[in-house]
Design a protein around this ligand. Sequence first.
Ligand SMILES: CC(C)(COP(=O)(O)OP(=O)(O)OC[C@H]1O[C@@H](n2cnc3c(N)ncnc32)[C@H](O)[C@@H]1OP(=O)(O)O)[C@@H](O)C(=O)NCCC(=O)NCCS
Length: 248
Amino acid sequence: MQLLSKEHVIGEKMKIAQKILNRVLWMPIGLVKGILEIANDKARDYNNKRLYPHALIDTNCCFTSDTIIGEHSQILKGSVVNHCRIGKYTYVSYNALLQNTIIGNYCSISSNVKIGLGLHPLNLFSTSPIFYKVKNTLKVKLLEKDLEFEEYKSIEIGSDVWIGAGAIVMDGVKVGHGAVIAAGAVVTKDIPPYAIVGGVPAKIIKFRFSEEVRESLLESRWWEKKAEDVNAMREQLLSICQNFPVVN
Ligand SMILES: CC(C)(COP(=O)(O)OP(=O)(O)OC[C@H]1O[C@@H](n2cnc3c(N)ncnc32)[C@H](O)[C@@H]1OP(=O)(O)O)[C@@H](O)C(=O)NCCC(=O)NCCS
């Protein structure tokens, strides 16, 4: 075995000493940065609660200033909601990303759902934003003005829609009232009311109810009412679906 020279050992020790010194010197800056980050997060959480006093907003959520959230709705930790209008009694679970979307009332949106991811042009020689956007994330300036291209298309989600964990809804899609999107589905096309869709790309698995029941429920438009009023008509609504077992 080759023995290490004295110089090599000293060199290694110097490196370790330098590392320790670096850490000690940077520690106060790191601490201040950490405190500022915590203060910034707390200020944002406080601001979110102030902006949406009639909804339940968890910590670490981000919203664009044009986002509207209806009464009794809830947004859980880490979700990002950009340029959206969310109705009443709708909840969005953890770490969801919703963009350019109109969402109805009484919807259940599970964790890690992504709606409205945005588009890149497919008919240019490249899909990279540096070739079509002046202000691109890479900050490479090649253009004087943006090329005409619709980067986002709005999405419409009806009321009483349940979107399973990790599902993705593509730009421009319309989801009918009462539809269910299975966990992990990628929705690329419009979904009719009360359809249950799943898979990649999402296909109709089945409908929640027969056509007659679907029509009656759509006619009732119960989701436009307050929860207490819907509850008061519970028996009537249940009787519409009577041929179908109620899952508890
Ligand atoms: C879509 C869903 C509601 C269907 O429930 P279900 O009616 O009890 O469905 P079943 O288990 O009877 O399955 C029906 C068919 O759909 C398929 N299927 C079920 N879940 C699926 C999914 N996530 N992706 C693709 N196909 C799915 C089944 O394989 C079955 O196919 P087959 O008829 O060819 O055998 C359910 O599977 C689901 O994804 N729920 C979301 C769960 C979730 O994310 N919860 C978070 C809490 S908010």
